[in-house]
Structure formats: C-alpha cells, structure tokens
Design a protein around this ligand. Structure first.
Ligand SMILES: [Zn+2]
Length: 444
C-alpha cells in the first residue's frame, strides 16, 4: 500500500512537470502584468495552479514578479526557493525531442527546465505533498517561493523581498546535493579608461564565460603577430586578420581557462606601449586569481577569488573592460572594491559597478546544514562533504538559506544545454531526500 502511494506521487509529479515544461518560459518583451514576458507569466500561473490543486494556500503577485504557496501553521517560515523561468532552448533542431513537450524515454525525462529548475521545484513540491498525504503536520509554515527571472537579473525575487515576509530559514533546490553552504559574492563591473586613436577593438562576450576567441584586424598586424609569437600565444590568421585562441570555461572557474581577450590585449600593449592597455599588459596580465590587481584574496570557507575580464572595447572615446569577479564569502566587499579602484586608477581607469550579488554563507556546523547533511546521508548512504560554489542560486537572497539538490553526485549536468534531461529514478530519490529533510526540520 505504501509503495502504491509513493508510485502515485511519482506519477503525479511527472504529470505536473509536463504541465510546466510546456511553457517556453525564457525572458521576452514585457506584457501587461508579465514583466519578463507572457510565457514566464503563464509558467508562473501554471505552477500556482498546481500548488492550488495540491491544497496549498497560494498568492501570485498581481504584477507577475513572483508567486508563493504555503502549507502549515506558525510564525516561522521554512522557505523553498525555485524559479519558473528557463534559458532559451536555442535551435530546437539540435534537440532530439521538442524541448517544450516533456518526453519520457527509457526512464529519462527530456525537456527544457527538467534539471533547471522546473524538475527540482516539482520534486520538492511533491515531497511536501507526500508528507501532507501521510498526515504529517508542520510546526512552521512551509512556503514555496517561485521567482521569474532567475536566469537573467533576479528582479522578480527582489520584489518579493520588498513586499513579503522574510523566511526564517530554507533551501533552494536549484543546484547539487548534498548542501552548498557557501556561494561566493558575485560582482560584475566595468573598468573604464582612456580610448585610442591608434587602434580599436570591438567584441561582444558575456560576463560569465572565459572567452576562447579574440579578433584583431587593425594597424601593425605584423607587429601584433610578432608580439603573440614572443609570448608563445596561439592564434589563427585569415582574411579577417588575427584570431587569438584560448580555452573557454565558466567564469567561476576562470583560472582553469585560457583567456584569448587578455592575450590579445597583452600583445597590443607591446605594440602600442602608449595606448590604453597598460592595465592588462603591465599589471593584470592573464592572472585570473586577481593577485596582480588586489593581492592574494582567499579564505578558508570558500577558497580563492576568481576574476574574468571577458570583453575589452577600445574606441577613440574610451576603453571599456567587462569584469566578473567571484569573491570569497568572508572577504569585505567594500574594502576589496576600494583597493581595486585605487589600483586601476594608476593606469588611468575608473571602476564602474554593474551588478552585485552578496555571498551566501551558512557555516557547516549550523543546525540547518547539519540536519540536511544527516538526512542526506541517511537516505543515500553517500558521504560527499558540503560544497562551496562560485555559482549563484536564490539561496543567497534569503536568511539562513542553502542550496540543497536536486542533482545527485554523478548525474550528468544538462542545465542550460541542448537535450536537457533528468533520469526519473534520480528525480524520485531527490523527492525522498526532500521529504525526509523537510519532515526532520519542520515536522511536528
Ligand atoms: Zn536554476
């Protein structure tokens, strides 16, 4: 009988996942009451409808920034943070299935969002549903909070923070098991300095990846090649000039990559020594730990700082460098920025803030982390230690909140990728972990 009930919840979870996956909820132009586009609003409404059907009390922000669903009584709130938006599917022809039509094949569910973050949200939701059906009562309110633009600028969850009750503690099922108890501070910014009339650079790279290519087709091409040769840097030549080549990795792993833009800038600084790239050529070089700029910045809780300069544009008016920095959790942000601002000023640059996400740090010996780890080990028998990450989840937006699952160790990472998929057995194990953890923390 118990197994029948379990099988029913599993089946219902997959059906619910199908309903939310069908909305292609990546950010588009705003529509009325849909600040990040109608598909995201539709996905939010669908999720809230599911919660409503399961017996949760629901509230949807009328402006469409967030929604929440609640069960249980009490002053305190155990928050479970998810998001209904997804990254775009890209060219759907590259997918083996329609990304917005959940297909289960050989026990694997395919669809955009099944790993990030529709699948994990649904797994946690049906874990709570299983507890409700088993007659478990809760000494706190369990509140699912759904954000709407996690893949872009986190404006939806910011409106939640302004308007709604803070949580007492909680989890974000939007990462990996076991627990991520530290996420580095994430600072994106610009260094802006003098331009050049001798040469120009134009490119368009994202903040969060180490660029593998950098093109140059301007004056003194032969000299630039010679400088690259002197450094021993790789490049290709064709009718478009020079393309310096490197190795792309996520910005949080910048020291493991090879940054083609920095290598080109170092060569250009050799050829145009009175130009604007001395900051790179004579100071920063290609050290993605930022030591040349700020000294050795690290802590025991979360390791070394990383920094990625992914884009450098040079025009006659200005030079603009795009900077992504992951700051260890116990390091003072303002002091660090002050130090950096002084250093870049020596090379004629000013510091310009773009976006900052404060770090997450809930110590390993805190009650929350210890309870989650105990349950995780009991259910899985796996003794992986709590994790530190340079990545960012909603957990960092709230009090006493950590990322917890839903990917088990060894599960291939399909987040943001073509053919996003999740093995259902793994999803069901995640449901078991969530049910046991939530019962241990908020069960009466
Ligand atoms: Zn996510």
């Amino acid at each position: 009988m118990q197994n029948d009930i379990k099988a029913t919840h599993q089946k219902e979870a997959v059906e619910a996942l199908k309903r939310v996956v069908k909305h292609p909820s990546s950010a588009t132009d705003p529509a009325p009451d849909a600040p990040f586009g109608q598909p995201i609003r539709d996905a939010l409404d669908e999720m809230m409808q599911i919660c409503d059907e399961l017996g949760f009390k629901t509230y949807t922000d009328p402006d469409g920034n967030y929604g929440y669903a609640e069960v249980g009584e009490g002053e305190e709130i155990f928050g479970i943070l998810g998001h209904v938006d997804v990254v775009p599917a890209g060219d759907t022809a590259d997918w083996s299935h329609d990304p917005f039509e959940l297909v289960v094949e050989n026990g694997v569910a395919y669809g955009r969002g099944v790993q990030d973050d529709k699948g994990p949200s649904i797994a946690a939701l049906y874990a709570v549903k299983a507890l409700m059906d088993a007659g478990v009562t809760f000494k706190e309110r369990i509140r699912f909070i759904f954000g709407t633009d996690e893949e872009t600028l986190w404006r939806g969850i910011a409106v939640y923070q302004q308007k709604e009750d803070p949580i007492t503690h909680g989890i974000a099922p939007d990462s990996e098991f076991p627990v991520t108890y530290a996420e580095k501070g994430l600072q994106q910014s610009y260094f802006v300095g003098p331009g050049s009339t001798e040469f120009s650079l134009k490119m368009q790279h994202a903040f969060n990846a180490v660029p593998a290519k950098a093109q140059y087709n301007g004056p003194k091409l032969a000299e630039v090649k010679a400088a690259l040769d002197d450094f021993g840097f790789d490049y290709e030549t064709d009718e478009n000039g020079i393309t310096v080549t490197g190795k792309s990795v996520h910005a949080m792993l910048a020291p493991n990559g090879t940054n083609a833009v920095l290598r080109l800038a170092m060569a250009l600084d050799q050829v145009f020594p009175d130009g604007p790239l001395g900051l790179i050529g004579r100071c920063f070089k290609e050290d993605a730990t930022g030591t040349n700029l700020m000294g050795d910045v690290a802590d025991e809780a979360s390791g070394h700082l990383t920094i990625n300069i992914s884009n450098i544009e040079v025009s006659p008016e200005e030079t603009r460098m795009q900077v992504d920095m992951r700051i260890p959790v116990t390091v003072d942000h303002d002091e660090l920025i002050e130090k950096m601002t002084k250093k870049v000023a020596e090379y004629g640059y000013r510091y310009e803030d773009f976006d900052y996400l404060a770090p997450l740090y809930v110590p390993k010996d805190s009650e929350l982390v210890e309870k989650l780890m105990t349950v995780y080990r009991e259910v899985t028998g796996d003794d992986t230690e709590p994790q530190v990450s340079g990545g960012a989840t909603y957990a960092r937006t709230m009090n006493q909140c950590v990322a917890f699952g839903a990917m088990l160790p060894g599960v291939p990472d399909y987040m943001h990728q073509v053919d996003e998929q999740w093995e259902l057995e793994k999803m069901f194990t995640a449901m078991d972990i969530y049910a046991a953890a939530i019962k241990a923390i908020v069960g009466d």
